[in-house]
Design a protein around this ligand. Structure first.
Ligand code: AIR
Length: 345
């Protein structure tokens, strides 16, 4: 039998968990990493280290596998299209293209009946920021449209601190209304050729724009559970998802739901599924790539997933004595860097 082969763009913790799931199903993995030390290194079968614009290395990577996926959306679109033209990539380059640019993503989301986001506008300069901030009642968030995650390139702007942005390059930024939400929830969906499944909504707690905790089940009434699942499914269908998609949402005091952002890959708020579901988000990614059907997740127990960010990781050995702990094997602790997580049942 020919072994199934999966190429993964990116080798961080998400790539590491994808490799582990792939191995359980006997799939051979090749990771393309832009750094020498990376989380997935000891969990993949093969790896290529190079720059995304290194033609020879990319050719080698495309040759390595029949099927491809990504563990971050921050990958040059021409590279994704190149893979898409030659082999199968999950999700397709069109899906990733939408999710990797905040402006494109928000326009797409608002084009779906029944899906809404916060008010937003594009900005390209400090002058733009000054005039738009007025429209956003002098309190807003600005984010770079591309290449930002975990709070990177995101700033709260108000009347008092606006001057500190005068010297910043604000080209290709988005300004978003600052909203006072009640809760943050996320829903992960996975879609294969023949069916679609969703994980139940979970409640997320962020600190400094980085996910700190995810709680399953979310403390929501049935109506909100239903609406959040409906929104995530609408998005997955509209975007023609093939793979896994996480939908982050804000829940407002009046029970309205606004979509914050989407991620076309396994998501940090789905790590809990490895320990509390029959089939994790990583298992379903593998099914969506290699099988016609994805599987119902079948959650088994309630739990809380807590991220170890930056120096939190120094407590890892202690936590290991009490909880199910995951090390991301990163070479260096940096502030705001996700270093590992643990799960409390
Ligand atoms: N990641 C991707 N998008 C958002 C996140 N958090 C994961 C991926 C990526 C890793 O974070 O697994 O490879 C990068 O982590 P770091 O700490 O090296 O920046």
């Amino acid at each position: 039998m020919i072994k199934k082969k999966l190429g993964i763009l990116g080798g961080g913790q998400l790539g590491m968990f994808i490799c582990q799931a792939a191995r359980n199903f006997g799939i051979y993995t090749t990771v393309f990493s832009t750094t020498k030390d990376f989380s997935a290194k000891d969990f993949c079968d093969n790896y290529i280290i190079g720059k995304f614009n290194d033609y020879k290395k990319i050719q080698e990577f495309i040759k390595s596998s029949s099927h491809f996926t990504v563990e971050t959306e921050n990958i040059p679109i021409d590279l994704l299209e190149k893979i898409n033209n030659n082999k199968k990539i999950f999700p397709s380059s069109e899906v990733i293209k939408i999710a990797q640019n905040r402006l494109r993503e928000k326009k797409f989301l608002n084009s779906i009946p029944g899906v809404k986001t916060v008010k937003f506008s594009s900005i390209n300069s400090y002058d733009d920021l000054c005039s738009k901030l007025k429209q956003f009642k002098f309190k807003a968030i600005i984010k770079s449209c591309e290449l930002g995650y975990d709070g990177k390139n995101q700033f709260i702007v108000n009347k008092n601190n606006i001057y500190s942005f005068e010297k910043m390059n604000l080209n290709n930024f988005i300004i978003e209304e600052f909203i006072d939400f009640e809760k943050e929830v996320s829903v992960i969906v996975s879609k294969a050729e023949k069916n679609i499944i969703s994980y139940p909504p979970v409640e997320n707690l962020h600190k400094d724009s980085i996910l700190k905790e995810t709680k399953y089940p979310a403390d929501l009434n049935n109506k909100l559970i239903k609406s959040s699942l409906e929104i995530a499914n609408k998005i997955a269908n509209k975007i023609n998802l093939n793979g896994v998609l996480a939908v982050e949402m804000f829940l407002l005091k009046n029970d309205d739901i606004l979509v914050n952002e989407i991620a076309p890959r396994p998501h940090n708020s789905g790590h809990w599924t490895m320990d509390a579901c029959k089939y994790s988000q990583y298992d379903n990614l593998i099914f969506s790539i290699f099988e016609p059907f994805v599987k119902e997740p079948l959650p088994q127990k309630s739990c809380k997933m807590i991220n170890l960010i930056g120096k939190d990781f120094n407590n890892f050995d202690n936590l290991k004595k009490k909880y199910k702990c995951y090390d991301y094997f990163k070479n260096e602790i940096r502030p705001k860097r996700k270093m590992g997580h643990y799960v409390i049942f």
